[in-house]
Design a binder for this molecule. Structure first.
Ligand code: HEC
Ligand code: HEC
Ligand code: HEC
Ligand code: HEC
Length: 452
């Protein structure tokens, strides 16, 4: 009797303890030790909105024909969605047929701390040489503490080798920077332009040997005769810019005054006990007007108006460049179809390459109108000059060879623009949905379905 009683006591204790033990297992030290920072990080799940950029700018579909950017391209949203959005995007496609070539696993580099972990385990080229889809089940966390900190501590870190190398290239090695530049560099691991090096198994590289302006990077690519894809309409060897937030910010008035990404997007706030901490809900900046901007900018209304004006100006100019570039791609096609040769076309084709590069560099950073509108507008103005000169070349060549008049497509909507380049979106969506159902939902970590 006595014995039995004791036995049920033990069972009872186990029943009570077991769920607690299980919970302790899912709570890591970052969550228990730094609950305020953890809560802020977790709250990025509230930032659910993003914009279908191809619907807003259908001309982009033509500019990116031949690249998966013409399939789907949305503006960014909260960090919590990074893995799921990359998994669900039409850009990353579906399972690879045997013997086929998929996307490089390098696409994971800026979505998850599992990327630096896998790079350590597999080597940089082992990782980048793998397929995006094959490493899917390995991705178990979205952008997290260890992406910016020595894990479990407040000390800042830069765990991605490509970022360490790049910061050294521009004379700002991470270990020698003060805390405010180190903070900006943690963002600069991902919010920068980059490319995959074909000669190194698609390893991520930042093309900064000559510096990180649009001109310096273009010089680097031109010297190496690098291109990402050949444009199917104009035959242009294309370049692609990706969110150069760090680069544009680093040349701004704010950067000169030590106002960094952290100052504006992760401001210092005070808890109810009067203790300062860093708000880890990385989101918009204007919402922090009172804590951050008011120190230097007097009126919120005025600053909001300035931002709106900058945005409208950049937007109008960007659309102007896009429309000119669409024409140029089709005018080149007409000249080729009429029998033009490379020596005749070279200058015009390079004009398209350089103009579209500048347009992309100016607009791929969604915050450029806030970070450095001056640089953005200068790039767009230069792009207008370059694409106009290219169009003159095509006009001249076309009349020389007696080419037929160019035929421009209807790009009034995303669907029409995609039809013009022969992309069957409904079929791609269907294939993607089947892949999600069979692979991602069944075999990948739940982090890959956040929000879906
Ligand atoms: C995108 C980069 C990034 C991520 C992700 C990130 N932090 Fe931070 N963290 C920073 C920066 C930058 C600072 C501010 C450093 C400074 O200026 O003092 C900071 C500061 C801190 C501090 C110092 C106290 C404070 O609030 O200023 C702690 C503790 C901390 N983070 C914990 C965490 C934890 C825990 C996580 C994960 C839940 C996390 N961080 C995720 C960049 C990041
Ligand atoms: C490991 C890579 C990585 C790091 C480090 C990182 N980001 Fe991001 N960031 C992303 C990705 C990817 C997205 C887009 C997520 C999506 O749309 O699913 C994003 C989105 C954003 C957004 C859009 C949020 C919204 O709600 O619209 C802002 C703002 C932002 N990041 C700022 C920062 C700042 C500031 C830092 C440094 C403190 C930083 N990020 C560090 C990868 C990163
Ligand atoms: C002076 C303040 C300031 C600084 C410094 C700053 N930003 Fe921003 N950023 C903004 C503002 C303002 C916006 C426009 C969105 C808004 O209204 O808050 C923005 C927009 C963005 C966006 C686009 C968000 C979206 O959803 O479209 C990203 C990403 C971003 N910033 C990242 C960064 C990174 C990375 C850095 C540092 C390299 C940085 N920012 C430096 C103020 C700043
Ligand atoms: C430490 C001071 C300081 C802080 C803090 C600061 N700014 Fe500024 N900001 C400046 C200065 C200086 C200029 C340049 C004014 C000029 O060129 O006349 C500027 C210019 C701007 C511009 C105009 C850019 C242009 O060229 O049109 C915008 C927009 C802006 N700031 C947004 C913000 C936002 C949003 C915040 C808060 C999240 C902020 N700033 C915080 C100092 C600051």
């Amino acid at each position: 009797m006595q014995k039995n009683h004791h036995f049920s006591y033990v069972i009872g204790a186990i029943l009570i303890l077991a769920p607690m033990l299980a919970q302790a297992e899912t709570k890591d030290i970052n969550q228990t030790k730094f609950s305020k920072q953890y809560a802020g990080w977790a709250a990025t799940i509230e930032q659910t909105e993003s914009e279908d950029m191809l619907a807003t700018y259908p001309a982009s579909v033509i500019l990116w024909a031949g690249s998966t950017f013409s399939h789907q391209y949305n503006s960014p949203r909260g960090h919590k969605f990074a893995v799921a959005d990359a998994s669900h995007s039409l850009r990353t496609g579906v399972a690879i047929p045997p013997g086929g070539n998929g996307k490089s696993a390098s696409c994971w580099t800026c979505k998850t701390p599992d990327a630096p972990r896998l790079i350590k385990e597999m080597g940089e080229e082992g990782f980048s040489g793998s397929n995006f889809v094959d490493l899917g089940p390995e991705i178990k966390s979205v952008i997290y503490c260890s992406d910016c900190h020595v894990d479990g501590t407040a000390k800042l870190a830069l765990p991605r080798p490509h970022a360490q190398n790049a910061m050294a290239k521009i004379g700002l090695p991470f270990d020698e920077q003060n805390i405010s530049m180190q903070g900006a560099q943690t963002c600069g691991q991902c919010h920068v332009t980059y490319y995959f090096q074909p000669e190194n198994n698609n390893k991520v590289n930042m093309p900064w040997i000559f510096g990180n302006t649009a001109d310096a990077i273009e010089k680097y690519y031109d010297t190496r005769r690098f291109y990402e894809w050949i444009h199917p309409i104009s035959k242009t060897p294309m370049l692609k810019a990706r969110h150069p937030d760090f680069e544009q910010w680093s040349r701004s008035k704010h950067a000169d005054m030590n106002v960094t990404c952290i100052t504006c997007h992760m401001p210092t706030v005070t808890d109810k006990n009067g203790n300062d901490y860093t708000d880890h809900k990385v989101s918009g900046a204007l919402i922090h007007f009172d804590q951050v901007c008011a120190g230097c900018h007097k009126s919120k209304a005025q600053l909001t108006a300035t931002l709106e004006r900058n945005k409208a100006e950049v937007d109008a100019k960007s659309r102007q460049v896009q429309n000119l570039l669409v024409k140029a791609h089709y005018e080149a096609k007409a000249a080729w179809d009429g029998g033009a040769t490379w020596p005749m076309m070279n200058e015009g084709i390079m004009g398209i390459r350089h103009a579209q590069w500048r347009w992309d560099f100016a607009t791929a950073s969604h915050g450029m109108y806030a970070h450095n509108p001056k640089e953005g507008l200068a790039l767009l103005n230069k792009a207008i000059e370059q694409v106009s000169a290219a169009r003159d070349v095509f006009k001249q060549v076309s009349s020389q060879v007696g080419a037929a008049k160019p035929v421009y497509p209807d790009i009034s909507t995303k669907a029409k623009a995609q039809a013009a380049i022969g992309y069957d979106e409904p079929a791609a969506v269907k294939a993607k949905q089947a892949f999600i159902k069979e692979e991602i939902d069944k075999h990948w970590h739940p982090v890959a379905t956040t929000g879906y």
